[in-house]
Design a protein around this ligand. Structure first.
Ligand code: ZN
Length: 311
């Protein structure tokens, strides 16, 4: 049995307009829409999944777009930055592309010996495009405008901002198998050696920071990757042994999940590799049609008329 956390599985955030979200992630950033479905807990809302060609774990960014939702506030007890990995030599391309598309960005900087470029999505969600020290060998999704020499590979890291990192660090190291690798001022870099990519969690200690508010432009949760349902149950016991509340196993159609809130305030999910995104569509048609779980199929016409057009 593979009883390790295999890095990040997916990240789910909140957006305003679904159409703007679709345009930004597929056209400006060049990700593939790999699944168009509904929020199973709020079926009149989309759940949009973006990733590489197959939607490999570690590349999957998903959104709940709620039209007209107000903006959240970035702050403590939140996942405050999402780091994508891009190839060496591509930051100039990205800076020009962000500029041309009126995206708010900062000029490239460096931390932990890696160059990165910061930008905000249309709802204010904060990203970094990082050139990893070791070349990222993952196959990217390419588009007419973004070739393999620049395309996003998947996640590089996440940043969690907390008042006191100790309790989150304890969960990362004692439950999830991460180790403290480096520290730069108040940023502590934790890494798992179980995988090469999407393996980094940065904790930023910000004792005086106002607590953030999760709404538009905020991360809702981050899911860590486990191989299968047996590993999921193994980690359920480990989390519960720390005295944290953790849900029962939930069927999310494309993976099985558990959720718990880590002591630093961020909602963590654990998600399996299987069954994956090819369970209801072929590789060539991923994301083309609205996919509904069986129990919502009888409401397809009503839901399709309520959900906004993406194009
Ligand atoms: Zn999730």
């Amino acid at each position: 049995m593979e009883n390790r956390i295999l890095g990040i599985h997916h990240i789910t955030a909140i957006a305003g307009s679904a159409k703007k979200n679709y345009d930004f992630y597929t056209r400006v950033l060049g990700l593939r829409l790999i699944k168009k479905t509904i929020n199973f807990d709020d079926p009149k809302t989309y759940h949009l999944y973006y990733g590489n060609e197959t939607g490999s774990p570690g590349t999957i960014l998903t959104f709940f777009p709620w039209e007209g939702i107000g903006s959240g506030r970035r702050g403590a007890r939140q996942l405050t930055e999402i780091g994508f990995s891009v190839p060496a030599g591509s930051l100039t391309f990205w800076q020009e592309r962000l500029e041309k598309n009126n995206v708010i960005y900062n000029k490239a900087a460096e931390k932990f010996g890696e160059r990165y470029l910061t930008f905000l999505d249309p709802d204010g969600l904060k990203f970094e495009l990082t050139v990893a020290k070791e070349p990222d060998t993952r196959e990217p999704w390419v588009t007419k405008e973004i070739s393999a020499s620049s395309a996003i590979r998947g996640f590089h890291h996440i940043t969690i901002t907390t008042h006191n990192i100790d309790h989150t660090a304890e969960i990362l190291t004692e439950v999830l198998g991460y180790e403290l690798a480096e520290r730069q001022v108040n940023r502590y870099r934790f890494v798992t050696n179980a995988v090469h990519e999407a393996a980094i969690v940065d904790l930023v200690a910000a004792p005086g920071e106002m607590t953030g508010h999760v709404a538009g432009g905020s991360v809702h949760h981050v899911a860590f990757r486990v191989k299968d349902e047996a590993a999921l149950l193994y980690f359920r016991e480990k989390v519960a042994a720390k005295g944290l509340h953790i849900t029962e196993k939930i069927d999310r159609n494309y993976f099985y999940s558990l959720y718990f809130r880590e002591p630093g305030g961020v909602l963590f999910e654990l998600a399996t590799d299987s069954p994956g995104f090819l369970v209801d569509e072929t590789l060539g048609t991923l994301g083309a049609k609205l996919q509904l779980p069986a129990k919502f199929e009888s409401k397809r016409m009503e839901l399709e008329s309520l959900l906004p057009n993406l194009i």
